[in-house]
Design a protein around this ligand. Sequence first.
Ligand code: HEC
Length: 285
Amino acid sequence: MIKISSLVAVTAYTLILTTGAFAAGSHIEIPRNEWSFSGISGQYDKAQLQRGFQIYREACSSCHSLNRIAFRNLAQKGGPEFPEEELKVLASEYEVDALPNEDGEVKKRSAVLSDRFPPLYANEKEARSIHNGALPPDLSVIAKARGTAYVGPWYWHPFAMFADIFNGYQEGGSDYIAALLTGYDEPPETMEISEGMNYNKYYPGHQIAMANPFAGGNNQVEYQSAMIPSTVKQYAKDVAAFLSWASDPTLNQRKQTGWQVLVYLLITGVLLYIAKRRIWASVKH
Ligand code: HEC
């Protein structure tokens, strides 16, 4: 009896939750992409992360900081793995605060590998005053700070959730960033866009203060490899992959360790089973 009533309670609770989410209604469907790092075994593609960093540098770094990433991180295993020599040169192009000198003055020095990317703005007010009142967020953990919401019939929601758990779906932030960067378009005629704002299909409310960073269209950024298409879609995917790494830099190692643990447990399980059979073989029952 108790079991049935708790089952009813759980079902009712799920229904209320999912219907509530559905009634909220304004969610936008974000297309899902194929990522090299998706699912329970996917890993980052080093070349893609390197291209993504190039895009960040050329198309985003004028407005968005990357405060939590140190130059040396870009050389670490499981990341873009740039050679250290290249990164030393890159770091030296940035300026950071030196330690205070004897008179207490803080001078600038050029950055070294252990420094993080310097902040772009002195404070939030400065950032807002430069960008018409809007604040370009720091991009270090943006892929974790954004995600996608379920759109679809309410009764299907629990199944979609289980499918995502089963597939290990965790690329909501990556999909959102890739969509946002390709979502600029002409606004529908019925919609009036405020001054300084831009229409974007995938931004909540459809009006975003960020102008299209890829307004130059395809070929805006020149890739070194001719094998990779120089298209806005590709730029968006590559920079989304790079930002996903920035917000989860140990994904490769974590997934690898996960598989090793599973294999270890499997072997241990088999050994324990054999041992159990041997120990109990002589006991009559
Ligand atoms: C000219 C300045 C500028 C450039 C260049 C720029 N952005 Fe932005 N970005 C902004 C501003 C301003 C906002 C805040 C938008 C708002 O609040 O409406 C923003 C917001 C964002 C957001 C958050 C959106 C959300 O859901 O809140 C993301 C993600 C983002 N930018 C990514 C990028 C990426 C990736 C690039 C490079 C390809 C880039 N931006 C280039 C100015 C810029």
